[in-house]
Write a new protein. Structure first.
Length: 580
């Protein structure tokens, strides 16, 4: 229970909704108790009225029987309605707790967990938990009580009949579980093969031009036929179990009923029960099969949902960000843009133990200095930016801004200190203005307009249907315009430090020149840190830092590196040759 957040949430929800919980308990008791009354009434009607040709009180018994049937339906309806309400509350509480955790979780979590896995925990696993706590556990409790009630009712008729019923229970259970396990195995395999078929269709459509270009139509068709044939065979197996299970249960039920009738016959009279008892016993035993069958399904659902409980609990136990110094304000860290000093002190970082991405990085960046980080893919350039932003914390050493550890800066203040321009521009389902402000209420309309003017997008945005209030669509902006909007998003709070991560990687030379001119204008009063693979695009940098194997290989001005560093000179020559 210590780390079982899901169970705690469930019981906490029941405690906070005590009225619903009591009503559910009453409904469950009502469903179980009322479902045992009709066979008893049937026995009474047959033994005391029909067999004796006595009509006295028959109408009252019939009306009572009818009322009980209605009560069973009412209690069952109330139970389902309450379970639906409580199930939605459980789902809401768990997802709310998971979202709160997501906002506090350590950024390192996202380096080893894909978006699809995380989304699956929020949707599929929580839905499975909802089903387990509502239909699964409560349904199993009701069915167990029904089975116990039926056995007791039959035992009260005759002990021999009760013993016969108890001996019957494991037989019904084994038959049910045998089929359900085989059906589950076939259904799981079928779902896997269905996903393969769907994925193959999607893959074929997505790569249709590649398939045609390399004449792979026969290969794709052959693979599709294989997947489809395998899927067809599993569907046949599922349909076989679906079709054979009900008749086997029906035959077993009929055999037991026939056996009871034979033992109750005048010739054998082994059970020594009345005609009414025979009819009531047949009714009870017929009703015995349904809850046992459902118990198997409910147990199966619970077993599947338990893995979801473990995954959600593991997510809620993930490491959280370390506490920040919430009293720190951006104005206290940097009074003016000319004061920003960023220092790296023996910084070492690794995502996994023993695999160091960065090793002993020492560097000082002065106010308004422009520094470019270059090196081969995988040397840790983007990781370095995440460390500067305080999203990750060094394994050893620290990064300070004016003497303050960046990992201690509260997230609410970072946007006033750092402007981060990514390679892409994530589009929000919001207006143009919201793309820039990210719905930050402290950013004024004038600041948004000023940022748009700065990047030269005013005319284009004014020509949109509603200007800054236009709802953005995916096709509304070109790649170059998106990068300009990304710069506007970064500078709207007028931060003293800009971080640029490969922002011209996918642009043509004309668009690149336009964006570089905007960045040159933005860097007049700011410190600019750049990541780039194209050395020609970092000519305006004062300092170039060459990273190799996670260490600083060389650091100097572009002019000096061109004279002294063979790696820098050869790569620049190769790049110029490629352009020519």
């Amino acid at each position: 229970m210590k780390h079982n957040h899901v169970v705690k949430t469930f019981f906490g929800m029941l405690k906070n909704n005590i009225g619903y919980s009591i009503f559910l308990f009453i409904s469950v008791c009502g469903v179980v108790s009322t479902s045992l009354i009709p066979p008893q009434l049937l026995k009474k009607i047959i033994d005391e009225n029909l067999s004796k040709n006595n009509t006295n009180g028959l109408l009252q018994l019939a009306v009572f029987y009818f009322i009980i049937i209605i009560l069973i339906g009412v209690f069952d309806f109330c139970k389902e309605a309450i379970l639906t309400v409580l199930g939605q509350k459980v789902t809401k509480e768990i997802r709310y707790a998971m979202m709160e955790k997501l906002l506090r979780i350590h950024p390192g979590f996202f380096t080893s967990n894909s978006t699809g896995i995380t989304v699956s925990r929020f949707i599929n696993d929580v839905d499975a938990i909802n089903s387990m706590f509502t239909n699964g556990i409560v349904g199993m409790l009701i069915d167990c009580l029904k089975v116990i009630g039926i056995v007791i009712s039959i035992w009260l008729f005759r002990a021999q009949l009760g013993i016969l019923t108890i001996l019957l229970l494991p037989i019904i259970w084994l038959i049910t579980r045998l089929f359900q396990k085989r059906m589950l195995k076939a259904q799981i395999k079928n779902r896997i093969l269905v996903s393969k078929v769907n994925n193959h269709i999607s893959e074929s459509i997505k790569n249709v031009f590649t398939v045609k270009m390399f004449s792979k139509e026969d290969y794709m068709e052959k693979k599709y036929t294989e997947y489809l044939s395998d899927n067809y065979r599993t569907i046949e197996k599922v349909n076989f179990y679906d079709s054979i299970f009900p008749p086997i249960i029906q035959i077993t039920r009929d055999f037991v009923i026939g056996f009871i009738v034979i033992l109750s016959s005048k010739q054998l009279n082994y059970l020594g029960i009345t005609l009414g008892m025979v009819a009531a016993s047949i009714d009870l035993i017929s009703n015995l099969f349904a809850p046992i069958e459902q118990l198997g399904m409910e147990l199966q659902d619970i077993q599947q949902a338990i893995s979801g409980v473990h995954r959600v609990n593991d997510f809620l136990d993930e490491t959280e960000e370390e506490a920040k110094n919430d009293e720190l304000k951006a104005e206290a860290v940097i009074l003016s843009q000319e004061e920003a000093v960023l220092e790296f002190h023996q910084v070492t970082f690794s995502y996994e133990e023993g695999l160091e991405i960065l090793k002993n990085i020492n560097l000082k960046v002065n106010p308004r200095e422009k520094v470019a980080f270059v090196g081969r893919t995988g040397v840790g350039k983007s990781t370095l930016f995440k460390l500067i932003l305080g999203l990750l914390k060094p394994k050893e050493g620290c990064i300070t801004l004016n003497g303050i550890d960046v990992s201690q800066l509260p997230n609410s203040q970072k946007r006033r200190l750092f402007g981060y321009v990514e390679q892409g521009f994530p589009i929000l389902n919001a207006s143009v203005a919201d793309q820039i402000s990210l719905q930050d209420s402290t950013i004024t309309r004038e600041e948004i307009q000023k940022a748009i003017d700065f990047v030269g997008m005013t005319e284009y945005i004014n020509n949109l249907e509603q200007g800054l209030d236009t709802q953005v669509k995916e096709t509304m902006f070109s790649q170059g315009q998106r990068q300009l909007l990304s710069i506007a998003r970064a500078i709207v709070t007028d931060p003293p430090i800009l971080l640029l991560d490969e922002i011209t990687a996918n642009l043509d030379s004309i668009t690149e020149e336009r964006i570089l001119s905007v960045l040159q204008k933005a860097g007049n009063r700011r410190m600019i840190l750049t990541i780039s693979h194209r050395l020609s695009s970092i000519a305006d940098s004062n300092t170039i830092v060459i990273l190799e194997n996670g260490r600083i290989k060389n650091i100097d001005s572009p002019e000096q590196l061109l004279k002294e560093d063979e790696w820098y000179r050869s790569h620049l020559e190769l790049e110029n040759l490629t352009w020519s």
